[in-house]
Design a protein around this ligand. Structure first.
Ligand SMILES: C[S@@+](CC[C@H](N)C(=O)[O-])C[C@H]1O[C@@H](n2cnc3c(N)ncnc32)[C@H](O)[C@@H]1O
Length: 194
């Protein structure tokens, strides 16, 4: 619970950068990761792990020999995450640095990116910068999952983000609404060209 309060504290200080009042629910986390072809995954990346709700589900499915790296921009949240997942790899910095960090780990591509980023709070330039870096880092046919809050879907930034996904990915599937989440959310499950 203290993790949830520290997360809330960071939201109060930097609402648009953190983008959520409380961490996602376990049900949403499962919807983010359940469709991934885990037995084939050699490298997995997570953006904006926060307190680690998605991380927990990722790590319980990740093959033992696979490489994992998370990108968290907020230092306080990064230190909270490191305390929960000792020995796991977290880069404290923006998801825009994904290619550089993968090369540093000796990986050319990632098979999957699970994103917890608050896209609707980002300007288009940053949305594009992260999506460019993501598509360049994913292998052909690579999988990308992200979520969107229901109330944001009709806002200009939400509509723009949905349109951008269509520019960057060849397959996009939208999950049913996860009502057991604050606020309710949908998951976009996307793939790059095979
Ligand atoms: C909406 S919270 C989601 C946290 C967690 N994945 C969850 O669902 O509970 C977004 C997280 O993304 C982080 N973040 C925001 N911009 C980022 C960026 N450019 N690169 C990496 N992390 C970022 C925030 O600090 C925050 O921890």
């Amino acid at each position: 619970m203290s993790g949830t309060f520290r997360f809330l504290g960071q939201f109060i200080r930097r609402p648009t950068a953190v983008g959520a009042i409380v961490p996602s629910s376990r049900r949403l986390a499962r919807r983010m990761v359940d469709w991934v072809d885990w037995p084939r995954v050699e490298t997995a990346v997570e953006y904006g792990p926060g307190t680690g709700v998605f991380t927990h589900e990722i790590l319980s499915r990740l093959p033992a020999k696979a490489t994992f790296v998370a990108f968290e921009a907020n230092r306080e949240i990064a230190s909270l995450w490191r305390g929960r997942f000792p020995g796991r790899n977290l880069h404290c910095g923006s998801a825009t640095g994904v290619s550089g960090e993968l090369s540093r780990l000796g990986r050319r591509h990632t098979d999957v990116v699970i994103s917890g980023l608050p896209w609707a709070a980002f300007p288009e330039r940053l949305q594009r910068e992260i999506l460019d870096a993501t598509v360049a880092s994913l292998r052909p046919g690579g999988q990308f999952a992200t979520f969107a809050y229901l109330q944001g879907l009709l806002l200009p930034a939400g509509i723009r983000f949905r349109r951008l996904l269509g520019e960057y990915f060849t397959e996009i599937e939208v999950s049913p609404v996860t009502w057991l989440n604050l606020p309710p959310a949908i998951v976009y499950r996307c793939r790059t060209r095979r």
